[in-house]
Ligand binder design. Structure first.
Ligand SMILES: Nc1ncnc2c1ncn2[C@@H]1O[C@H](COP(=O)(O)OP(=O)(O)OP(=O)(O)O)[C@@H](O)[C@H]1O
Ligand SMILES: [Mg+2]
Length: 398
């Protein structure tokens, strides 16, 4: 089972390349599902085939699905919503407004991920190709399972105990219904599901492919995405530069573009050194339909297997050195000044810009003290030393 996620800035060709890759995969005899988590229906447009919330067959070995998050929302969140509606009802909120208020922001995207996981675990497919939303949304989304998981393992059990203790008092006093066990159960189920989403998406058979065009703004976004995706433990194995102008037979106008693009292509090669870097020509017409897409895939993946995993940076590791234990977290393209690090109890909080990852330290390290940290060659290295009596600091800013 192989999973390929396609992401990149808006309009760069994510859906087109996801569809082309799926066509090539199916043509090679792999049972392939291409699935869109994006509200726009461009995947169906590229394949020129209708998509619904259930997988439907396009051609031999190729299936398409457009995740209908709203539908799953209804099913999975029913318990939680019912509770919230009850609370709002007691508070005197009009039922129609209550309905609106209980739609949890961001929940739709989460449910799209749950569908990806359900399909990955179904045993139906050899290859799952996911056409993701534009970069920023995808990053927020891919960071979510872990963040929610962190919240749920720490906060939820406490809340549950508190609620149990307060329930008789509060229910009598204010008339506010306290959450039933079924609400907590629903939240816990969701937590387990999200844990599994993360396991599937950061597993050894999942890769992320960055799609970009040879323009400076787009490249800058792709570079950031590479750093953040790696921060959150996702393996990026390829960057595909789409819409490259062919150089031959160019007139003066196009030659100017070709020259500018060549510069950006060089920058892309530097940025994604170590990854497979592929290019795709700007075609005279929109690549739509299976034939066109197969042709596109043949040029992009010239000489390589479209679905085989390419090289990617190694995951986080802990090693023993003469200076103590060192935790290494790859952060390609990040500079020392970009990275923030805070130790909080058993957690290490790594931040870059507005993205933060809460890393629970491996049990071997939890009792150790942070002795130093640096970012070197695209890697965050945190050095730990044996705990000693004077260093009972619970929080250290570095
Ligand atoms: N190599 C190419 N040559 C010519 N046209 C292309 C190429 N790649 C993509 N297109 C066209 O560009 C448009 C945008 O492509 P696509 O829908 O795949 O982008 P996207 O990244 O999925 O966009 P969105 O962010 O809106 O989901 C489409 O009309 C598509 O047919
Ligand atoms: Mg798209």
């Amino acid at each position: 089972m192989r999973i390929l996620l396609f992401t990149g800035k808006g309009g760069v060709g994510k859906s087109t390349l996801a569809a082309a890759t799926a066509c090539a995969s199916a043509a090679a005899g792999h049972r392939t599902l291409v699935l869109s988590t994006d509200a726009a229906h461009s995947l169906a447009d590229a394949l020129d085939a209708p998509a619904t919330s259930e997988p439907s067959e396009v051609t031999q070995d190729l299936w398409i699905q457009h995740v209908d998050a709203q539908d799953r929302l209804e099913r999975s969140w029913a318990d939680i919503q019912r509770y919230l509606r009850g609370v709002l009802d007691v508070a005197g909120v009009d039922p129609v407004a209550a309905e609106e208020l209980t739609v949890i922001p961001g929940a739709e995207e989460v449910l799209a991920l749950l569908e990806v996981r359900a399909q990955a675990r179904s045993g139906e497919w050899d290859v799952l190709v996911v056409d993701c939303a534009p970069t920023a949304e995808t990053l927020r989304l891919l960071a979510l399972p872990e963040a929610l998981g962190w919240y749920m393992t720490r906060v939820l059990p406490v809340q549950r105990r508190v609620v149990k203790a307060l329930k008789p008092v509060l229910t009598r006093a204010a008339g506010v219904p306290m959450p039933e066990d079924s609400v907590f159960d629903a939240v816990e189920r969701l937590h387990a599901d999200l844990d599994d989403v993360r396991a599937v998406l950061t597993g050894p058979t999942t890769s992320v492919r960055l799609v970009l065009t040879p323009e400076s703004v787009v490249l800058a976004e792709a570079r950031r995405a590479y750093t953040f995706l790696t921060l959150f433990g996702y393996a990026v194995d390829m960057a595909i530069v789409n819409r490259v102008f062919p150089a031959d037979g160019a007139d003066a106008w196009r030659r100017t573009w070709v020259t500018a693009q060549e510069r950006h292509l060089e920058d892309a090669a530097d940025s994604f050194a170590g990854l497979e870097l592929r290019t795709s020509i700007y075609r005279a017409t929109e690549p739509v339909g299976r034939e066109e897409l197969l042709d596109l895939a043949a040029t992009v993946y010239d000489g390589i297997d479209p679905i085989a995993p390419g090289a990617s940076v190694p995951p986080m590791s802990v090693s023993t050195t003469s200076a103590g234990l060192v935790l290494s977290l790859p952060l390609p393209l990040a500079a020392q000044d970009d990275v923030g690090l805070v130790r909080k109890g058993d957690d290490l909080i790594v931040s870059i810009g507005s993205y933060r990852r809460l890393l629970t330290l491996p049990s071997g390290l939890a009792r150790h003290r942070v002795a130093g940290a640096r970012v070197r060659d695209g890697q965050l290295q945190v050095r730990f030393t044996e705990p000693d009596a004077q260093s009972e600091l619970s929080e250290e800013a570095l």
